[in-house]
Design a protein around this ligand. Structure first.
Ligand code: FE
Length: 343
């Protein structure tokens, strides 16, 4: 017993030393950021915060599910102050696990539209899920709505990434929210019946497959398109030249949008710094980084951006559905996709 106790104390002492050495000077302000965003350009975003506040960011990057699991396992001892990730449904998963602390910030409330925030997490950028079609194979008039993707005339023409991917689950959740489960299920069945191949790959793979003639229609997030549009690689130019892009459902709800966002963690040791960081992400400067660096739209109105690809994509009507609704129907979306074989 005695040996066990001393071993335990030794372990504690080692742990304390490790922690002290890794957290450097005691008077230095630090923010521990757990991020599932893995965009190179985010570097500039974080540097901007340190310049402005003197708070150093210690970043831990990981895959979404791993980060959630890690924060859960760390429990009350978690060093994590802020979680940043993409997709409304994932952010809601963190909320449902009770990982976030409620945040009260008049600044965030004033700058972020009400449909893009909740009581404990906030969206900082948006991306739209658009329809991509093969020029000369499909006419844009044929693919004006998500509903068109289930039309039998597109049989054998649709490419898709997995139905289990959050981007597709969130799109399906929006369809359930607008049209109810029965119609959404009919839609999913119709889309599956139109597949050119079993779902595989990411959004960019679908865009390339459309351009290469492996299929003729797909959906993709706008920042993947913008990335290809801004590339000067000849193969990317060819991909972009071969496709057309449609803003879906412009006569009704508007194009489905998803978000990247984050919140302060319940056990955050540096809550004040964490709130400052969220408020920084809503600043004009940070909002511009999202747009110019990663081809996403700012959530804050009136921010001037400088992104030729976003400019070329033009203006569109975005679905105003609250992000919380995407979360509410996510489980249902997965059940229906499983039932209809949208794997
Ligand atoms: Fe993505």
């Amino acid at each position: 017993m005695k040996t066990f106790l001393s071993h335990f104390l030794l372990t504690l002492a080692v742990a304390a030393t490790t922690f002290a050495s890794s957290s450097s000077r005691a008077d230095e302000k630090v923010l521990n950021l757990y991020s599932a965003r893995h965009y190179q350009t985010d570097e500039a975003l974080y540097e901007g915060f340190t310049r402005e506040t003197g708070i150093r960011i210690k970043r831990i990057e990981g895959k979404d599910d791993e980060l959630l699991e890690r924060i859960r396992n760390e429990g009350a001892y978690s060093p994590a102050d802020v979680l940043l990730t993409v997709d409304a449904a994932r952010l809601s998963a963190a909320h449902e696990l009770g990982l976030f602390a409620p945040v009260s910030s008049p600044l965030l409330d004033a700058r972020i539209p009400a449909n893009l925030r909740t009581a404990d997490w906030f969206s900082f950028s948006t991306r739209a899920r658009v329809i991509v079609y093969a020029k000369g194979v499909v006419k844009p008039e044929e693919v004006q709505t998500y509903g068109d993707l289930a039309d039998p005339r597109l049989k054998g023409k649709i490419c898709s990434r997995s139905g289990s991917h959050p981007y597709n689950l969130s799109l399906m959740a929006s369809i359930i929210a607008h049209q109810g489960e029965a119609k959404a299920e009919q839609w999913a069945k119709g889309v599956v019946a139109n597949f050119a191949r079993a779902p595989k790959g990411g959004d960019t793979d679908q865009i390339r497959a459309v351009a290469a003639g492996e299929c003729a229609v797909a959906v993709a997030n706008t920042y993947y398109l913008a990335r290809l549009m801004r590339s000067d690689k000849p193969e990317d130019r060819k991909t972009i030249d071969g496709i057309g892009v449609v803003w879906p459902d412009q006569q009704s709800y508007g194009a489905h949008i998803n978000v990247s966002g984050g919140g302060v963690l319940k056990h955050a040791p540096n809550k004040e710094a964490a709130l400052k960081f969220l408020e920084y992400l809503a600043s004009d400067q940070a909002q511009r980084y999202f747009a110019d660096g990663n081809n996403e739209w700012p959530v804050v109105a009136g921010v001037k951006i400088d992104n030729p690809a976003l400019e070329a994509l033009g203006k569109f009507k975005a679905d105003p559905l609250p992000v919380s609704s995407l979360a509410m129907y996510r489980a249902k979306a997965q059940i229906i996709f499983d039932q209809v074989g949208y794997r």
